[in-house]
Design a protein around this ligand. Structure first.
Ligand code: NAD
Ligand code: AHE
Ligand code: ZN
Ligand code: ZN
Length: 374
């Protein structure tokens, strides 16, 4: 009674380019429409490293990063009805209010109900729930899963089956849903289509899973780190290409391999030069390229407009086009039914204290996903 906050161990990003510092912070109890969750596990996505690097125009410090989590509802604020203490949930960086113009459009998963405040690192009422010795610490992507406890808007939580291990399905909070969804929802790859996937990290490998589910006839995986090829092949890649092994530019290599280009390509790196290559390896007349990778402040894409005039299509995809509250529980069921795997993505697990190792492993190209277990 009278309690207004709880203590939590959290990894704090104090400034761009600095290692995270694990400390005890204060987490304020949830206000109306908000939910306090105990984080059980969190994957580390390249986007966390991107923001920590200082390249993210929306990056704010100090902040608690992390957006690929799984947790258990600890306490709900006034008026919250869709979740209760004990429920298992996956935090959503793309909320689903069901009422905004975007949610009602039937055309996008990009709910905007809390997007503006989320981008400023605060809750919808404009304040933060995190602090240390009275100094505010900001939220990240509306999730902040690198903390034992975090607070989210009710509309930013997908309730999932308790049978699903949170230390595995946390990966559905970003990486695996994003890659699979970009193929199945954004591109809508069909049986027999040819596909090229640039970058075989957590996102690109998940795109391979999506392409296999769609019945793609060829799944060409492209990476400069050949250690990614083993798992890519296991998941269904039919061809694996290291651009460094060819004298020709990679787009020409792919066009030559596929009688004029692929039906669909996916950029899963965040490199604007590769985004162009991914577009230009698509088939004249109909090939579509989907940008998934996130590029830093000030970077821009370019191509000759003729590439589009002659029928190629350039698109982008966020969270795989998935509406989190209504669709993520079904994807968790698909996992429980054995329709795809997650364990093979988890190359490393560690405690929060070792979280900087997860970033080091990612930068060295040695991990697919590190999962922090709380
Ligand atoms: P990752 O670091 O695990 O994987 C990236 C892969 O790209 C690595 O295997 C690396 O070797 C490869 N690569 C790097 N440069 C290359 C090049 N020039 N040619 C070929 N391969 C190259 O990263 P990830 O977690 O899989 O994330 C990939 C990208 O997707 C990041 O930009 C991330 O921010 C973004 N992302 C976007 C969304 C979304 O919703 N749009 C969601 C999650 C992640
Ligand atoms: N803040 C960046 C853009 C970051 C970005 O594109 N985020 C992706 C998700 S990456 C997950 O790993 C996304 O969903 N974007 C849609 C959105 O609403 O943020 C910038 O450039 O300002
Ligand atoms: Zn992510
Ligand atoms: Zn909405």
């Amino acid at each position: 009674p009278g309690q207004t906050s709880i203590s939590a161990k959290a990894a704090v990003a104090w400034g761009p380019g600095e290692p995270l510092r694990v400390e005890t912070i204060d987490v304020a109890l949830p206000k109306a429409g908000e939910v306090l969750i105990r984080v059980v596990a969190s994957g580390v996505c390249h986007t966390d490293a991107f923001t920590l690097s200082g390249d993210d125009p929306e990056g704010i410090f100090p902040a608690v990063l992390g957006h690929e989590g799984g947790g258990i509802v600890e306490m709900v604020g006034e008026g919250v009805t869709s979740v209760k203490p004990g429920d298992h949930v996956i935090p959503l960086y793309t909320a689903e209010c069901g009422e905004c113009k975007f949610c009602l459009s039937g055309k996008t998963n990009l709910c905007q109900a809390v997007r503006e405040t989320q981008g400023k690192g605060v809750m919808p009422d404009g304040t933060t729930r995190f602090s240390k010795d009275g100094q505010p610490i900001y939220h990240y992507m509306g999730c902040s899963t690198f903390s034992e406890y975090t607070v989210l808007p009710e509309i930013s939580l997908a309730r999932v089956d308790k049978a699903a291990p949170l230390e595995e399905v946390c990966l559905l909070g970003c990486g695996v849903t994003t890659g699979m969804g970009a193929v199945l929802n954004t591109a809508k790859v069909s049986k027999g289509d040819t596909v090229a996937i640039f970058g075989l990290g957590g996102i690109g490998l998940s795109a391979i899973i999506g392409a296999r589910m769609a019945g793609a006839s060829r799944i060409i995986g492209i990476d400069i780190n050949e250690s990614k090829f083993t798992l890519a092949r296991q998941l269904g890649a039919t061809d694996l290409v290291n651009p460094a092994q060819y004298a020709d530019p990679i787009e020409k290599v792919i066009v030559d391999m596929t009688d004029g280009g692929v039906d669909y390509s996916f950029e899963c790196i965040g490199n604007v030069n590769v985004m162009r290559q991914a577009l230009e390896c698509c088939h004249k007349g109909w090939g579509e390229s989907v940008i998934i990778g996130v590029a830093g402040a000030g970077q821009e894409i370019s191509t000759r407009p003729f590439q589009l005039v002659t029928g190629r299509v350039w698109k982008g995809s966020a969270f795989g086009g998935v509406k989190g509250r209504s669709e993520l529980p079904g994807i968790v069921q698909q996992y429980l039914n054995g329709e795809f795997g997650l364990k093979e993505f988890i190359t490393h697990t560690m405690e929060l204290d070792a979280i900087n190792d997860a970033f080091d492993l990612m930068h060295k190209g040695e991990s697919i996903r590190s999962v922090i277990r709380f």
